[in-house]
Write a protein that binds this ligand. Sequence first.
Ligand SMILES: [Zn+2]
Length: 115
Amino acid sequence: MHELSIITSLFEILEEKAKEKKARRITCVKLQVGALSGAVPELLKTAFDFYKKDTLASQAELDIDEIPLKVKCKKCQHETFKDDFIFVCSNCGSSELKILAGTELLLEKIEMEIE
Ligand SMILES: [Zn+2]
């Protein structure tokens, strides 16, 4: 499962950051997950809840910001959000599209309680 390996690396980062800040607890973790990132938000949450037991983040919430796929047509410069993954410009029909957003998989924010 792809999501489990993402969460495993996420926890490595979380533990490192918590140690750095001498945090007592991690209370909230926010991720940006693009529509084209290959990760399914629901599965990320399940993996997170499974993994967080017995860690500093055992009470933490995983907050996911879903980033829609945004493309720009190289021919007519039309910008649009796509939810169908059909890579054709809805304005001129060209298939020469540039992806502007939607591939992210980023750790946006960690909230911690510091002693
Ligand atoms: Zn176009």
